[in-house]
Design a protein around this ligand. Sequence first.
Ligand SMILES: Nc1ncnc2c1ncn2[C@@H]1O[C@H](COP(=O)(O)OP(=O)(O)OP(=O)(O)O)[C@@H](O)[C@H]1O
Ligand SMILES: [Mg+2]
Length: 276
Amino acid sequence: MMAVEYRESDSVSAEFDVMENRPLLSVEGISKLYAPGKGCQDISFDLYPGEVLGIVGESGSGKSTLLRVLSGRETPDAGKIHYLSQFAKDLSLYDLSESHRRRLLRTEWGVVHQHPMDGLRPRVSAGGNIGERLMAVGYRHYDDIRNTALKWLRDVEIPADRVDDMPVTFSGGMQQRLQIARNLVTHPRLVFMDEPTGGLDVSVQARLLDLIRNLVTDLGLSVVIVTHDLAVARLLAHRLVVMKESRIVESGLTDQVLDDPQHPYTQLLVSSVLQG
Ligand SMILES: Nc1ncnc2c1ncn2[C@@H]1O[C@H](COP(=O)(O)OP(=O)(O)OP(=O)(O)O)[C@@H](O)[C@H]1O
Ligand SMILES: [Mg+2]
């Protein structure tokens, strides 16, 4: 048996008990502005273990900016983000060193980009793309890596005989499924997704959504997912935050927000989907 060797701290596992009721991610007054109204400002929310949070809003409202800040890839101008790491260690994200943040990204977190090639290595085979992540968390034995990669290819419905092919030879849907496998193979606790079904045909989208939904449930993942597609939000997210011009204008349980929107902007968003 191959154990994951990565250890964030030596903290005792007794602290696990406490974790259940504490947010995995706690966001307090985050702002990152490139220009007035461009970016995100005054963003606060909690994400609990096993929860899927959707971020919706029109193009330019700041969704991707917020996701980059949340996932440690863009330093905010103001605010705090606390992450409850493995072994219940409370980390203040931007008080950590950059290398520590990068380590979290490789180990406890995953990031699924809208354009799959942004999250894949073009000159590395499909199996290698998955294996690389395993090595980052301590896998060393070729057979373990190969077999785990093959299992994950099967899980995301990529034929095993494509394992040695380069991702550029894959269709967009297959690339996206490979990116998902690369991210989930290490069993991250928290996954950030930015429009994961964005550039795909409708039928490919539907299958991918189904796959994501099953994986999220099976692995008990916590997810922050950005989408401007309310149908995607409805299918995947427990809770939603609605963004407009860099701010959250409404938040709540997904069904509540979509069935009974309170803010005029959310009402517009929902009704334009119904008419469209
Ligand atoms: N690196 C940057 N430098 C300057 N301005 C930026 C930068 N990144 C984003 N912006 C601006 O900030 C605003 C929010 O952009 P962001 O990409 O976060 O929006 P979004 O909600 O993800 O939009 P979309 O749905 O089109 O992806 C936009 O006006 C954008 O032009
Ligand atoms: Mg975006």
